[in-house]
Design a protein around this ligand. Structure first.
Ligand SMILES: Nc1nc2c(c(=O)[nH]1)N[C@H]1C(S)=C(S)[C@@H](COP(=O)(O)O)O[C@H]1N2
Ligand SMILES: [Mo]
Length: 245
């Protein structure tokens, strides 16, 4: 939990990146209203002893859920503070019994252009994909979120299940996840495939490494005026810097 002021619910639900529903910040709120997320199941496969397809309601029992207030920072140099509701990813992965060959975790968003009209345009190589190294994925800060502000996750924020990795740029937080695959090789990730010079696999928030087209030294907190300094690992260095020694 951070004691910084929360971003308003209004800003957090009307200023979004979710290219499956359009590339404008206001598109996801406008275009995702009809998106059906019930029923939903998650496939967990690859280097696990117990692969499976699990309906969302059996994956997460209400008593598992925790609230975490996290600073979030987009690579575009804006940030928000959001109270997420979720469960540590590591707790979920352990139930599927990762093998010793599980070095990386790969994530995939739903691919269904009828339900996600933005996928009719080839702005990205669909489905949206992301990845973490297994030790990153097991870090207790990483959660799979199903809610925010004490409510079920709004569609535009990645309903019904999205990743939250608070020390990495926002694009690592893949939305509307349908598949998790544990594997030996580093997975391909959508932004790295589309613009390898601009987006790497690790994407740790680092004020000293600029994006090739703009500075990463400062950020605009949505809802406030002016800019503030960006912190290494987005302020979570104590918990995660050792992963990158
Ligand atoms: N499937 C999918 N996940 C996605 C994106 C996307 O376009 N598609 N955008 C990413 C980017 S760039 C950011 S900054 C965050 C934004 O999350 P928010 O809208 O909940 O703030 O979602 C990430 N997850
Ligand atoms: Mo982003």
């Amino acid at each position: 939990r951070t004691d910084e002021e929360l971003t308003t619910h209004k800003d957090a639900t009307r200023y979004n990146n979710f290219y499956e529903f359009g590339t404008d910040k206001s598109d996801p709120a406008r275009n995702s209203g009809q998106f059906q997320t019930d029923p939903w199941s998650l496939v967990v496969e690859g280097e696990v002893g117990k692969p499976g397809i699990v309906p969302l309601e059996t994956l997460l029992a209400p008593h598992d859920l925790e609230e975490r207030v996290y600073r979030m920072r987009c690579v575009e140099a804006w940030s928000m503070v959001i109270p997420w509701v979720g469960i540590p990813l590591g707790k979920i992965l352990k139930r599927f019994e990762p093998t010793s060959k599980a070095k990386y975790v790969s994530f995939e968003t739903l691919y269904d252009p009828e339900r996600m009209p933005g996928q009719k345009r080839r702005v990205l190589d669909w489905p949206y994909r992301e990845g973490l190294r297994i030790d990153e994925a097991m870090n207790p800060l990483v959660i799979l979120a199903v809610g925010m502000y004490g409510e079920t996750l709004p569609n535009q924020n990645g309903a019904p299940l999205r990743l939250v990795v608070p020390w990495k740029y926002g694009f690592k937080g893949i939305k509307s996840i349908v598949k998790i695959r544990l594997q030996e090789e580093e997975p391909a990730t959508s932004w790295n495939v589309s613009a390898p010079r601009e987006y790497g696999f690790y994407a740790n928030v680092n004020p000293d490494v600029n994006h090739p087209r703009w500075s990463q030294a400062r950020e605009r907190r949505i809802g406030s005026f002016g800019k503030q300094p960006t912190l290494p690992f987005n302020g979570y260095a104590d918990q995660v810097a050792s992963l990158y020694s």
